[in-house]
Design a protein around this ligand. Structure first.
Ligand SMILES: Cc1cc2nc3c(=O)[nH]c(=O)nc-3n(C[C@H](O)[C@H](O)[C@H](O)COP(=O)(O)OP(=O)(O)OC[C@H]3O[C@@H](n4cnc5c(N)ncnc54)[C@H](O)[C@@H]3O)c2cc1C
Length: 428
């Protein structure tokens, strides 16, 4: 039995490792056009800023793959021939498979802006983008970043660390307020300005201008402002990378459509991770998860399904973590954004913020049980927060036991009574 896996990201490797555990004698080939070995994509920014070398971003030693008899192939897949069960490769080779996993990740959105293909205009997703950024940032004094999300702020920090003046164009009225509640979003607005970067809210990109050599020289915004710049970062979100299956018999929506066992509509073809759209039966909403830890969980579950186990993927309690410059952010469970797009019956929010605007905590509950937790500038323990939400602990219980979740005893010794006192007062 030969399993071919397209993609050596966290999803592909988690699947490969799980299949090897379950099927010691199956042949496994993991294919990637991007890199010989799996690396941590969230580390891209640290490599650029010199905090880490590329080889330190590889979670497994090079010898791990040979020891586990997982074949690695560096090539691009150009076409899936599901009738003949073979892949046509960029090198012109043909790879035959018995089972196939598509784990091709995401790609940066390019929304058809005039000038988006000029030199110096780029996204930040893969090692090719990182190489391009090294070249593009050479000698550049200012940059414009389009889009206010997690990758945008990373790109801003990266360029800022090289002394490049950064201006963000953000369509929303506050940074990432399509995800964050108003207060947390306001903290990010303040932070960007404190760091010496500029923020244009309620502003979109209208056009990108180039010079005679085809290199970007500036942009015009929707408010008519002209901004000179040598780099334009396009970070208006990512979409599932389904290029390979777009005109294929494999059913697609926004991503590759799969059931909760990661099966596509075509026999022996599976898909998981950022590129997959899980058709959840019942509530009519499909699930696309585009973060590291869900890639890991989905890859493992897809590996089980491919190996013949009767696996049903359970998304569990939502979790994400990121860094806005030096401000750590974590979310557990369900926390509504400023527009309140997620409907929570009887939603109540308790929110504490330190006057220095560097620490904040939000507890969301429905009058009885805790539903979600947001932290800014505080690190909470994943295991504890997940347990509280899963076990439907009351908000009173959470407040009485808050210190169990905190990673930083020093911070808590100083602030715990203030935080708990303040949040309890809001409850009454
Ligand atoms: C800059 C950045 C920072 C991030 N930071 C965080 C973070 O802090 N926390 C977090 O949770 N998530 C973060 N993410 C998101 C996280 O990295 C992704 O959710 C995760 O990498 C998805 O894993 P994946 O295996 O599904 O896809 P990917 O990691 O995208 O891997 C897909 C692989 O498939 C390969 N591939 C695609 N098409 C083909 C083809 N035709 N032929 C051969 N190979 C192909 C690609 O080259 C790639 O190597 C970040 C993402 C980026 C871009």
């Amino acid at each position: 039995m030969h399993v071919a896996i397209i993609g050596n990201g966290i999803t592909g490797v988690s699947a490969a490792i799980r299949i090897r555990q379950l099927k010691p004698d199956w042949k496994i080939t993991m294919i990637s056009g991007e890199s010989d070995f799996h690396f941590s994509r969230p580390s891209l920014m640290y490599i650029y800023m010199g905090h880490m070398r590329y080889r330190e971003a590889k979670p497994y030693e090079n010898s791990f793959w040979e020891r586990n008899d997982i074949g690695l192939l560096r090539d691009w897949v150009l076409e899936i021939d599901s009738g003949a069960k073979r892949l046509l490769m960029h090198s012109s080779d043909l790879i035959y498979y018995d089972k196939l996993l598509i784990a091709t990740g995401s790609k940066s959105n390019k929304l058809g802006w005039p000038g988006q293909d000029l030199k110096g205009v780029q996204g930040l997703y893969d090692l090719m983008d990182l190489r391009e950024l090294h070249e593009n940032s050479e000698g550049v004094k200012s940059a414009v970043i389009v889009g206010g999300g997690l990758i945008g702020i990373e790109l801003g920090e990266m360029l800022h660390s090289r002394g490049i003046h950064v201006t963000f164009l953000v369509r929303e009225d506050s940074y990432w307020d399509n995800v964050l509640p108003a207060e947390e979003s306001a903290l990010i607005n303040g932070l960007i300005e404190q760091e010496g970067m500029e923020l244009r809210l309620g502003t979109e990109l209208k056009e990108i201008f180039g010079d005679r050599s085809g290199r970007v020289r500036g942009v015009e915004t929707s408010t008519g402002e002209l901004i000179d710049c040598g780099i334009v970062g396009l970070t208006a979100g990512v979409s599932p990378n389904i290029d390979l299956v777009r005109d294929h018999e494999i059913p697609t929506g926004r991503g590759v459509l799969v059931d909760s066992g990661f099966r596509t509509g075509v026999e022996d073809i599976y898909s998981a991770g950022d590129c997959a759209e899980i058709v959840t039966l019942g509530d009519g909403r499909n699930l696309i998860q585009q973060v590291w830890y869900t890639g890991k969980m989905q890859g493992k579950a897809a590996g089980e399904s491919i190996s013949g186990l009767d696996t049903t993927y359970e998304p569990g309690v939502w979790y994400n973590s990121a860094k806005f410059v030096n401000l750590e952010y974590q979310i557990y469970g369900t926390v509504n954004n400023a527009q309140g797009t997620l409907e929570i019956k009887d939603e109540q929010n308790l929110y504490w913020e330190h006057p220095n605007k560097k620490h904040a905590l939000r507890l969301v509950h429905d009058g009885s049980k805790i539903l979600g937790i947001n932290t800014m500038g505080l690190r909470y323990r994943h295991r504890v927060c997940e347990f509280w939400i899963k076990e439907k602990r009351s908000v009173g219980y959470v407040l009485d036991n808050l210190k169990e979740a905190n990673f930083d005893p020093e911070f808590f010794r100083r602030y715990e009574s203030e935080i708990v006192g303040n949040l309890k007062e809001q409850q009454t």
